[in-house]
Design a protein around this ligand. Structure first.
Ligand SMILES: [Zn+2]
Length: 456
């Protein structure tokens, strides 16, 4: 344990020096935020010209019809334009919130609201006891104002963009109900969690990390169990995705003792049984390699590192003061305010972490594809023969998985020309052409006996 705690302690000591110094955090955070914005815009501009290509990649030439390809290019272009506009809009919003000290306003508004309803003297007398309700109101104000200001974008995306390309199945009524439900659920689940988060840090002091980690892990398990209880009968769910959107998908999630494969009804409707079998084989690959558990461990490790770097900033008056909070607040920084500002400082690191997570997740996709192929490779000659006879279900697992993936891409009008850097940054899955190429290579190796039975 000491080998872990030693470096952690020295890291915290170093960070303490930084957090105590009079640093212009506001300028640093704005610079970081702009840096990430310009990087993402650059990536989008690398990707954008690919929407002008008039023919699909050679590997898809026979299967991606000109009509489908043309539609997918137009859809991709519209989405890219929308992404460019909305990221610029959100960036301006973010800078405005920082520049005009809107968070400071929200914090004092939350305090004033409490004051109005009888919680008088919250600043002096009850700084500690009133911190939690004030934090909950503060977050509610921030989230509500963010949802309202980005509402036109969400409406445009659902009812203009997705509608135009034939994917929207949402009505205005359903949209309003979904939004209100989201708010209500977020408040009902979010506020107690936030309260517990703040209470644990206050109660445990500087040694809050193990307590907070235990709480957050327990919370995640409860959420996983709650989802489990919602569908108690089977481990293979068919989700009615078609009620809201016509996009298709399948995915695997779960913990070692509770595993689920989810298939959208839209995928089942559009695919042949042999193709669904291949998709299931891929999802079983995720299961067999315990991919969800591995991702869970990595994300907990990430959380642990994040929380470990936080204590030096927990009581950093210069940090809070540099964002325009009055001395009455900054001399004893509210935990939530310090935590939010701390997260803003981490923006570039989080972008790098996202990149690493995508790389890992891509690795898992290769493994799952390969698992499916090996499963097909291992089937008996009789099975192969049966498949060959069953007309549209014919082909080995690789061919069927390839057909299913191409079908999914065609059905979702997914972009098939993807810039590698753009994809590495944004996508958790390898591109379609990369996956097809890898599958072809594997099958070629099997044919010449490169992969022996013991590799399976
Ligand atoms: Zn997968």
């Amino acid at each position: 344990m000491n080998t872990l705690l030693g470096p952690l302690q020295s890291l915290q000591n170093q960070l303490k020096v930084i957090s105590d110094a009079e640093v212009d955090w506001k300028t640093i955070v704005v610079t970081f935020s702009l840096g990430v914005y310009f990087l993402e815009t650059y990536l989008l501009l690398r990707q954008y010209p690919l929407y002008n290509k008039t023919a699909p990649p050679p590997a898809l030439a026979t299967t991606f019809t000109p009509e489908v390809f043309d539609k997918s290019q137009k859809y991709g272009k519209d989405k890219a334009r929308f992404a460019l506009f909305s990221s610029t809009f959100n960036q301006i919003l973010e800078i405005a919130v920082i520049y005009f000290d809107l968070q400071v306003w929200a914090w004092s508004a939350a305090g004033a609201l409490l004051n109005k309803y009888g919680y008088t003297g919250y600043e002096a007398r009850c700084l500690h006891t009133m911190n939690i309700p004030q934090s909950i109101i503060f977050v509610t104000i921030l989230l509500l104002s963010n949802t309202v200001s980005t509402l036109p974008l969400s409406l445009y995306q659902t009812f203009v963009l997705e509608e135009k390309h034939g994917f929207n199945k949402m009505t205005i009524g359903l949209f309003i109900v979904d939004t209100l439900k989201g708010w209500a659920l977020g408040f009902v689940i979010g506020s107690p969690v936030l309260a517990a988060f703040l209470w644990i840090i206050r109660w445990a002091g500087d040694s809050f990390i193990p307590w907070l980690m235990s709480f957050l892990i327990a919370f995640q398990l409860i959420m996983a169990l709650a989802t489990r209880l919602k569908f108690p009968l089977t481990d293979l769910y068919v989700i009615d995705g078609s009620k809201r959107s016509a996009h298709s998908n399948a995915y695997f999630y779960g913990l070692p003792w509770s595993k689920h494969i989810v298939i959208y009804d839209t995928l089942i409707k559009q695919s042949e049984p042999g193709e669904i079998e291949a998709v299931l084989a891929h999802e079983l690959g995720h299961w067999s390699y315990s991919h969800p558990l591995k991702l869970l461990i990595v994300s907990q490790l990430h959380l642990f590192l994040l929380l470990s770097a936080f204590p030096p900033f927990l009581k950093s008056s210069p940090l809070v003061a540099s964002f325009g909070y009055p001395p009455s607040v900054s001399k004893n920084p509210p935990t939530l305010v310090a935590f939010m500002l701390f997260q803003m400082i981490l923006t570039p690191l989080e972008a790098i972490f996202g990149l690493a997570m995508n790389a890992l997740s891509r690795q898992f996709e290769w493994e799952a594809d390969r698992f499916a192929l090996e499963l097909g490779h291992g089937s008996s000659p009789e099975d192969m023969d049966a498949h060959a006879k069953g007309s549209e279900n014919s082909g080995d697992m690789g061919e069927r998985l390839a057909r299913a993936l191409i079908g999914l891409h065609a059905e979702n009008l997914s972009t098939v020309w993807v810039d590698w850097l753009y994809s590495a940054y944004h996508h958790s899955h390898p591109t379609l052409t990369e996956r097809l190429k890898a599958m072809d290579e594997y099958r070629a190796k099997v044919k010449i006996g490169y992969v022996s039975k013991k590799d399976l």
